[in-house]
Design a protein around this ligand. Structure first.
Ligand code: GLU
Ligand code: MG
Length: 447
């Protein structure tokens, strides 16, 4: 152990305090490459073992698929064992006799595994710090409420962003607000979204790894609260064919020496040269990383122009049809200037998606890319649309990811191979299926 790491005695004390507070079951979670939250639990007294030696998990855990198939790769088979270690600093009670914490994959020898998505984001956050930069990220969690078995709820008279939609689901929303507050996830807003029975919880900005951990927790809590009300949240990119999509928009701000790169420069809207390069890097990497941001077979059904999902490879001030919406530093924006990547959806592994977003921004800065031209208004209405339009065809997106040098550098060849394999599996399983069949089969896959 190095200085600052918790001792066995600290861990025992934490376990006892949790137990005294009514916790029996300690659950650790890890996201597979298909974006599904997998978990292992222990009686809370075993927290010290969970945090140090870890609990066993087959390497194939990372290539479990949205339909619970397993997409073995050349490097990931049935043999071997990894250890899931819970991060004791992030453990917190979540009610109903449970506590939760995020885990990372380690080798038996104790080193972090090259397959650990959370570990890649930890490494990147360190690299960003070593470059003299600091990053904050935030997540917006959209979901559609359905019955516990995935059926559509009895028709409420839905008003997009409407008060009567809130009234219709008030018990759920009040319970959710209380539960999220008690867990200190940093809820910024809760509102009824555009689609029927669709809601959004947006979370305050945090350092990248903490942001991803917190968003994972918030999703778990949304599921727990919904279950208390006999409901379930669908975190599928498209809950019902023909309905509204669910995004998981990610925000990013970057600062050097305390100066926000997107708000304290001389460029348009206050963008500093490095901020312009970051925007250039994100857009430059977007097509090859699309299968990380929105790679499921359902994702391709959501990414349509006109749906505010950002299906155009461009940026623009407050532009909701651009993949990258720019939010300027104004008195109305307390978090300061930042980028919102709208194409990300909740089928993504959030650790990989955050690594892709932040890593491609850093790559743009390292290469001093110029700020691309801004797109004002709807990209679909511009003469340039043929060039800006996102190619969301899933098989082509997987080919681009498989051959991406940026992805290989940001993740590891083993992670890229696994991430491609889980999505190819979806394409194989659902070949010839209709949007109704696909959305029906995967409606609760990411819940
Ligand atoms: N539901 C939209 C999506 O699929 C986003 C709507 C919004 O801008 O909040 O991303
Ligand atoms: Mg929204």
């Amino acid at each position: 152990m190095t200085a600052g790491e918790p001792t066995d005695r600290d861990l025992d004390a934490l376990a006892r305090a949790l137990h005294d507070g009514g916790v029996d079951l300690l659950v650790g979670t890890a996201l597979d490459f298909a974006g599904v939250t997998r978990s292992k639990g222990v009686p809370v007294r075993r927290l010290p073992s969970f945090a140090t030696s870890g609990m066993g998990a087959s390497p194939s855990w990372v290539v479990f698929c949205a339909d619970n198939g397993i997409a073995f790769t050349d490097g990931i088979g049935v043999a071997g064992d990894l250890r899931l270690r819970i991060d004791p600093d992030r453990v917190r009670p979540i009610g109903d006799g449970m506590a939760w914490g995020p885990t990372g994959y380690h080798e038996q020898s104790g080193e972090r595994s090259a397959l650990c998505a959370r570990g890649r984001l930890i490494d990147l956050e360190e690299r960003v710090g070593a470059a003299g930069l600091s990053a904050l990220m935030g997540a917006e969690l959209e979901f559609t409420l359905v019955a516990a078995d995935g059926a559509a709820l009895e028709q409420t008279s839905w008003a997009a962003y409407g008060m009567r939609s809130v009234v219709a689901r008030r018990e759920f929303l009040a319970d959710l607000t209380r539960t999220l507050e008690e867990a200190h996830v940093g809820t910024e807003q809760i509102h009824a979204e555009y689609g029927t029975d669709q809601f959004e919880v947006s979370l305050a900005p945090l350092p990248p790894v903490e942001m991803a951990d917190t968003a994972v927790l918030a999703r778990i809590l949304i599921g727990l609260v919904a279950a208390r009300h006999g409901l379930a949240p669908s975190f599928s990119p498209l809950t019902f064919a023909g309905g509204s999509g669910n995004g998981m928009h990610l925000h990013l701000s970057l600062a050097r020496d305390g100066r926000n790169l997107f708000g304290t420069g001389d460029g348009p809207h206050g963008i500093a040269p490095e901020g312009g390069s970051a925007i250039g890097g994100v857009l430059d990497g977007l097509s090859e990383l699309l299968a990380i941001y929105a790679g499921s077979i359902v994702s391709s059904l959501r990414l349509k122009p006109g749906s505010w999902s950002g299906a155009a490879v461009c940026w623009g001030l407050e532009n909701r049809e651009a993949a990258l919406r720019f939010l300027a530093a104004t008195p109305g924006n307390p978090h300061g200037a930042n980028l919102e990547l709208k194409i990300v959806d909740p089928s993504a592994n959030l650790y990989l998606a955050a690594t892709a977003f932040l890593g491609s921004a850093l790559s743009g800065i390292e290469r001093s890319l110029p700020l691309p031209e801004e797109v004002e208004g709807d990209p679909a209405e511009t003469e340039d649309f043929a060039r800006l339009r996102l190619d969301a065809e899933p098989s082509a997106a997987l080919d681009r990811l498989a051959s991406s040098a940026l992805a290989a550098a940001l993740f590891s060849p083993a992670i890229v191979a696994g991430a491609v394999a889980v999505r190819r599996h979806e394409l194989d399983v659902f070949a010839g299926s209709s949007p109704d069949e696909i959305t029906g089969a995967l409606r609760l896959a990411w819940s």
